[in-house]
Each structure stands twice: as structure tokens, then as C-alpha cells.
Design a protein. Sequence first.
Length: 388
Amino acid sequence: MKIAILTSGILPVPAVQGGAVENLIDFYLEYNDLHHLHDITVYSVWHPDVEHHPAQQSKVNHYRYVKIHTLWAKLKKKFYQFTHGKEYYHYTIEFFLEQTLKHIRKQHYDAIILENRPAYALKLKAVTDARLIYHLHNDHLNNSIEKSLDIYNNAHQIITVSDYLKSRVTTISPQDTKTVTVLNGIDLSAFTSHADNNKTQHTDFVIVFCGRLIPEKGILQLIQAMQRLKDYTDIKLVIIGSSSLGNHQKATPFQQQLQEAAKDLNNIHFTGYIEYSEMAQYLHQADIAVLPSTWEEPFGLTMAEAQAAGLPIITTRQGGIPEVISDKNAILLDTDEHFVDNLAAAILDFYQHPEKRKAMSEASLERSKLFDKETYAKNFFAALENIG
């Protein structure tokens, strides 16, 4: 098939600036380049690092870029905002879409994949007869979403990253037959290679949290649990992450609240933003991962990464998380009024039972095999074969 990929309009593909969605796009493009399944054109925002990226050498994957950060582009975006007013997405994203539509209306595609932007369909339907496929990474299509029925009806197929997200789509159409789940994948080799050799011998019990430092990730509750364990001086918590992508953000009020909550504890270390390429080496120094999300996680890539590093996990029953881990390698908690106490108890349980940690570590490594990037890409393209 001749396929177009419309990216989010925020970060570039190839994923030279990171981004979970962008990395997942790279994974299936790599698979397509290897197996020559389809002729694919990717529409992405531009970044100077994409110019000489090895992906540009592909014979089957092609890249078209929209510049949104140059001075001229910024002026055009502002003019677009002034002349179009409020639209479905932020004007920067709508500007990106308008630039891609100028090219798409001159092409013939069999299918167009909308990466996490289902409302792109509202404009696409006017310029193409291609089948529209939504790849949903977040809860962007349910019965509370603006124009949800119109967006749903314009989809030929919907691919969700978890059954949880699939259930959200069915709030629009309980008899839905368009939606299929394809679980995400990660680069297992980046997390599993030489894991045993990388672990430094230490006497401390090291907990790792990785994720954005925002309230819904449960990091404040984790710090409160550590306060309950302050008498166990060899239990250490390493907090990896910042409020958003990149390492130049100012501390948010919530980050300041976290620092205040941890100020009297000597066993908590904030690393700040860490490049994704360095994440594995941090995970390999830990004894367990605690990822206590309090919101409905669509999937939970950090769970898959912690598994691949062979870590036992403490997490929650939120959203798609239970689809990623199992009770053989993780303790799942409810986010109720006993959440903080139960977090502290679960940490202490792992601390006191090294044999349990060992068994769950082995279970994590085994379960991680379900989420390798090749399986993900293979399943993704298998789903496309059913679009008719």
C-alpha cells in the first residue's frame, strides 16, 4: 500500500528529540525498511538533526518536513492564528496540518495513519479519499471529546495501544468493530544487555522512579511513603525526570512542593532530566522500580522498560498498566485512602524479602519479551492488513 503518516506536529521523526510516540513510529518504520512492506511517506516537523539521519537512506520510507521554528515560520504561524482563530488543536499543530494538507491533496494514498491526532480527520476528509487510520496513544477519543462521533465515523480503523483505550473508544459506539489493540514495544536490547554486569555492588536498597514530575505520576505519594520509612536509612530513592521533556525547564510549583516534601530526608536524590539513552544504566543500579501512577495510564512504557531491566515493580491498577505487567513481577495497588501506607508496606516487603525480589526480577525479564519492538511492529502491520 501507499501510506502517509501524519505525526503529532510537535516533535520530529526520526525521533532525534525523543518522544514516546515518535520512538514508536521509528520502530515500525525500521521494520518497514527491513521488510519492504509498504511505500510510506512521513509528514513531520523539521529539526536540523534529521538531515543526515540514517533513516533518510530508506528506499521505502520517505520524509517530508514542515519548518515551524524558524523566524519566517513563526511569523506565518502567527498570521495563521490571526486569520483562523480558535480551531480544534493549538494553532501550531493546526498550522502544521495545513502545510501537510497542501501536499496530501495532490497525492494518492491508500491509507493515512493519524498518530495520536484523531481530529486531523475533520480536515483530511475534505482533501483525500484515503482510508483514515487512527493510532491512539492517549485517551483522545471517547464520548466526552469534542465532535467525538464525527471523528469516530470518519475512521476506517482505530489502533489503540491498550484495551483500556479501546474501552474508551467504545463509549462512543458500544457496538464498535473498528478498533483493535496493538500493545507498544521497546528496544529490549537497550535495557537487557549486560544487566547483571552493570549493577554496582552496594549495601543500600535502591528504589528508582522514572517519569515526568507531575502530580498524576504519584511521585508526591511516593515521597510521603519514604517519610514513613525514614528509620530505614539504607533505603534510598532515586527520582529520574523533570516536569517535561528536555533539561532546560524551570522548576514548576509542583517540583518545588516535591523538594519541600523531601527536604528533611537524606535518602532521596533528584537526578533531573536524563537522556533516554542513559536510562538503562540508572535502572540497572536499582533493586526495584516504583511507578505509582494515580491517573489512567494509557499504556505505561516505563513499566515495560523497568521489566526489561529485570526490576520487580510496585505500581497501580490504573488504565492500561495491568496489561503491561502481571502479579508475578509486580505489586499492584489501589489509589485509595490507604495508598501511601500501602506503598510504604510494599517497599518494606521487598526490602525484607530478597528471595521475592529475585523471583520477581526473573519474571520481569521473561514478561519483557512480550514487548520487543519487532513484535510490536509486526503486530502493527498485521493490523493494517485488515483494513480492506
